[in-house]
Design a protein around this ligand. Structure first.
Ligand code: AMP
Length: 357
């Protein structure tokens, strides 16, 4: 498999199965305390800005014609954002191409996450198109279970993405603290992710990189899809090449076949399993074994998994993409209806609650 992207995120082990970047090792818990108070409900004042990203020249706008909204102070549609508009707070995490900081827009006091990417690294890694696509797609999406991207700006060396602040961080971190989730909590996350994917697919967006590292948790413990770096507008002939975990890739993707919306349905099944069990279903000592397990859909369910949960995962993890359960039917599946009825929200997570094993 051709390596273009490092899939490493905080905490997921980087072993031979998950060839990745060894430099990503920030522990956000060691960061200093917030330098300002985060309001429970962000103050919102609508703003339209049409800052444009061009990674090569910060004077010439790109042709994407993007328009993003940032609740904030400015009414001037032409005026773009700059770093001086924000007070910077503590680092929230580290990705391969830069860091994410808590930030507050100075005038409105609106709290956001500022993702800072280094242009040199983006150009060296040849992921300029990926970043552009991430911005173009994520700026346009509006759903309670999708992380908002309010806008972006850049200076000579960096690109700054202005993102909704997800107070409780990455779902992956929560999962590692808990070991695994009970069926009710897992079903609520699966339901909310399904709703977000229904919305994305209706907008002709395939995410293609659903995994716990790319799911953030908001103020009310609600799930939010983040990181649209691998997403595409369908139809697309774009092929994917990546490093990082194989665990979430569908059979058609690992075989380099054409793929479509159903890759997200497969990943939903993998995520459901990892939330309930604590490890992805095709986890193995090395990537060739993971590959084999995915190819032949070899799954073992621990005894504590309910029949209804197994039934749902069995209908999502199907080799033939066309035979995977449609997302709208996922929302009507008995396991979801029983464990995640309308209005049910994820319970608050207390790291001291101890682990499920
Ligand atoms: P990324 O570069 O997007 O992979 O982000 C690296 C880490 O920063 C994530 O794993 C999160 O812990 C944290 N992070 C990223 N975006 C946000 C956000 N919008 N709100 C809170 N934490 C974030």
């Amino acid at each position: 498999m051709n390596v273009q992207k490092c899939g490493c995120k905080e905490n997921r082990p980087q072993n031979s199965v998950r060839a990745g970047c060894s430099s990503c090792s920030t522990n956000p818990h060691k960061m200093p305390a917030d330098s300002f108070k985060v309001p429970a409900v962000p103050i919102s004042r609508p703003l339209h800005t049409s800052t444009k990203v061009n990674l090569n020249d910060n004077k010439e706008p790109c042709s994407s014609g993007l328009k993003c909204d940032l609740p904030g102070k400015k009414d001037d549609k032409k005026k773009s954002w700059s770093l001086s508009d924000f007070d910077l707070g503590r680092p929230l995490g580290k990705g391969k191409f830069g860091n994410v900081y808590l930030a507050r827009e100075k005038e409105s006091h609106y709290v956001v996450a500022l993702k800072v990417l280094f242009k040199s690294q983006i150009l060296d890694s040849e992921i300029e198109h990926q970043v552009r696509r991430e911005v173009e797609i994520q700026c346009r999406l509006r759903h309670p279970n999708i992380l908002r991207m309010y806008g972006y700006f850049h200076d000579e060396k960096r690109i700054y993405l202005i993102l909704e602040y997800a107070k409780h961080g990455a779902l992956y971190k929560l999962l590692k603290e808990r070991g695994r989730f009970d069926e009710k909590t897992a079903a609520i996350y699966v339901r909310d992710l399904t709703r977000a994917l229904v919305y994305c697919h209706a907008k002709k967006v395939i995410h293609r990189d659903i995994k716990p590292e790319n799911l953030l948790i908001g103020h009310n413990w609600e799930l939010k899809i983040a990181d649209f770096g691998w997403s595409v507008h369908s139809p697309s002939s774009r092929r994917m090449t990546l490093c990082g975990t194989l665990d979430y890739l569908s059979p058609e993707m690992i075989e380099g076949k054409p793929h479509s919306y159903a890759v997200d349905i497969w990943s939903l099944g993998v995520l459901c399993y990892e939330l309930l069990v604590g490890l992805p279903p095709f986890d193995a000592k090395d990537s060739s074994q993971t590959y084999r397990k995915i190819r032949y859909v070899i799954i073992k369910y621990p005894e504590f998994i309910s029949e209804k949960a197994k039934d749902l995962m069995g209908k999502l993890l199907v080799i033939n993409p066309e035979q995977r359960l449609p997302l709208t039917s996922v929302l009507q599946h008995p396991w979801i209806l029983e464990n995640a009825p309308e209005g049910a929200v994820p319970p608050p997570h207390n790291p001291e609650q101890g682990q499920h094993h």
